[in-house]
Write a protein that binds this ligand. Structure first.
Ligand SMILES: [Mn+2]
Length: 255
């Protein structure tokens, strides 16, 4: 299993500096977990993308790196625009857990506010092969874009109106037939009570146990090519809680 660190916060446009520190700290935190909940002990090799001080060059570096990745991976960002580099190389179907749709108007280079829209409009990802989970704060422009383009999404409100088991069944059905699926986890899909260390805290999110439940079930899918975890900001964390939760998320994914 490849663990790939992408230590860049350039795509946050200086609004969330600190996420570049997350990959090292999250990997370091893995050693606090001895055995996963399924009884396994994961093995992994650590790689790192050499990022630049320039956002476009960083996207290119990430893209070049992932063009050579041909086995199961877990990437650790970084701000959410690091997913742009990965998905522009791999052109996967995308299942994204995020409080936000990240579909603001396209401009270059892509940032954490519009990486998903740029992936769609630059034809790297097919909008019919995107599923978003946990949305609960959006610009009107993003909401209209979701509806107009018929992008499949499960808002936090709709998840809460269901039993978690049924919500997960629906998400699994929506993605199980995609050919090559990448799962992107923005830590802000969690309620800030569980993960305060992130740029945009959005009340009313998933509990950490609900996200672990999703992950434990999603791991059974045969079409997953890789995962990433983004937007953890150690500088905004409280008692290392978010970093520790992120480490456990990674530990459970790779076990
Ligand atoms: Mn987000």
């Amino acid at each position: 299993m490849k663990l790939i660190k992408i230590p860049s916060s350039l795509g946050s446009l200086k609004k969330n500096t600190g996420t570049e520190k997350a990959p090292d700290l999250i990997v370091d935190g893995l050693k606090e977990f001895y055995c996963a909940e399924n009884g396994r002990i994961p093995t992994y090799a650590i790689h790192e993308v050499k990022v630049s001080k320039n956002l476009s060059e960083t996207h290119e570096a990430v893209q070049k790196f992932f063009e050579t990745v041909d086995s199961y991976f877990v990437a650790i960002g970084g701000d959410h625009s690091t997913t742009y580099g990965i998905a522009s190389a791999l052109k996967p179907a995308l299942l994204v857990f995020d409080a936000h749709p990240d579909l603001m108007q396209k401009f270059d280079p892509p940032t954490h506010e519009n990486y998903l829209r740029c992936l769609i409009e630059n034809s790297f990802v097919d909008k019919s092969k995107i599923v978003l989970v946990g949305l609960r704060n959006w610009d009107k422009e993003e909401y209209d874009y979701l509806i107009k383009n018929k992008i499949n999404f499960f808002s936090m409100k709709s998840i809460a109106e269901d039993e978690i088991i049924d919500a997960c069944n629906d998400v699994m059905s929506a993605v199980k037939d995609f050919k090559r699926l990448m799962i992107s986890l923005d830590i802000d899909v969690l309620d800030p009570a569980f993960a305060p260390g992130t740029g945009y805290q959005e009340p009313g999110g998933l509990t950490s146990r609900e996200l672990f439940y999703f992950i434990h079930r999603l791991k059974n899918l045969k079409n997953i090519i890789g995962w990433d975890l983004v937007e953890v900001n150690p500088d905004k964390d409280i008692n290392n809680l978010t970093v520790k939760t992120a480490s456990k998320l990674i530990f459970e994914i790779i076990s």
